[in-house]
Design a protein around this ligand. Structure first.
Ligand SMILES: N[C@@H](CCC(=O)N[C@@H](CS)C(=O)NCC(=O)O)C(=O)O
Length: 212
C-alpha cells in the first residue's frame, strides 16, 4: 500500500490515521506541491491523496481508501455514526481554511521543500483566499468564527478515545480537521476537544503539525 500525499492535507490524514490505528504498514510518499506530473502520471489529473493498492490499482476517494484499509483483517471503525458530528465536521471545515492555508507554508513541510514548490502553493492558494499576510492579520476574527463549532463539538464528545464511544468514521471526519486547526497558535481548543485531540493523536503515533 502506498499513499501519495501532502503533510498538511487533512484528507490524507484520514487514510494515515486509519492505517496507523490498525497497525498496518503503508508507504507514504510526499509529493512536492509543484509536482503535478507525478499525480498526472498516476491517475491522469492533479489530485491528492492518491492511494495505490498492493495490486497496483489507484484509489482517489479518501473515504474509499479508509474503507479499504479498515477492511483488511478485523474492521476497527465499527462504532455508530452521528449526523450531528458530521454536521460539525462540515462547520469546522467551512471555517478553518482561512486560518490554516496561510500558515502551512510557514511550517517547513516536506511538500514545500523547494522554493518553487512553496511559491507554487502560495500563488495558487492566494488566488482563492487572498494575500496570506492579510489573511493571517484576520486571525482573531477567524478564531471567533470557528470557536462556536469547536464548543459545540466539545458537547458531543463521548470519549477521548472515540468521539462516539467506539471508533467510527466520525473519528476519521473529525481528527484530521482538528490536526489542521491545531496549527493556529492562538487557538485554544475547549477542554474535551483538547483531550480528544491529544489522546487520539497519541493513539495514531503521529506528532501534531508544528504550531505558528
Ligand atoms: N473526494 C476526494 C477529494 C480530494 C481533493 O479534493 N483533494 C484536494 C485537496 S488535497 C486536491 O487534490 N486539491 C488539488 C491540489 O491540492 O492541488 C477525497 O476525499 O479524497
Amino acid at each position: 500500500m502506498k499513499l501519495y500525499m501532502f503533510e498538511h492535507c487533512s484528507l490524507c490524514f484520514r487514510v494515515r490515521m486509519v492505517a496507523a490505528l490498525k497497525g498496518l504498514h503503508m508507504r507514504e510518499v510526499v509529493v512536492l506541491d509543484d509536482d503535478t506530473e507525478t499525480m498526472v502520471d498516476l491517475v491522469g489529473r492533479r489530485v491528492i491523496p492518491i492511494f495505490v493498492k498492493d495490486d497496483g490499482e489507484a484509489m482517489l476517494e479518501s473515504m474509499d481508501m479508509v474503507d479499504h484499509i479498515d477492511g483488511i483483517g478485523e474492521p476497527m471503525l465499527v462504532g455508530p455514526e452521528r449526523a450531528e458530528v458530521s454536521r460539525l465536521a462540515d462547520a469546522i471545515l467551512s471555517k478553518s481554511p482561512p486560518l490554516t492555508m496561510g500558515r502551512y507554508p510557514l511550517l517547513n513541510l516536506p511538500e514545500f521543500a523547494t522554493v518553487a514548490a512553496l511559491d507554487h502553493y502560495v500563488v495558487r492558494k492566494s488566488k482563492v483566499y487572498g494575500d496570506f499576510v492579510e489573511l493571517r492579520a484576520q486571525t482573531r476574527r477567524q478564531i471567533a468564527e470557528l470557536l462556536p463549532s469547536l464548543e459545540a463539538l466539545d458537547e458531543v464528545i463521548e470519549s477521548p478515545k472515540a468521539i462516539n464511544g467506539v471508533l467510527s468514521k466520525d473519528d476519521v471526519r473529525i481528527l484530521p480537521l482538528l490536526r489542521s486547526a491545531a496549527v493556529v497558535k492562538e487557538l485554544r481548543f475547549p477542554p474535551k476537544v483538547r483531550n480528544y485531540f491529544e489522546t487520539m493523536m497519541a493513539m495514531t503515533g503521529y506528532d501534531p503539525l508544528p504550531v505558528i
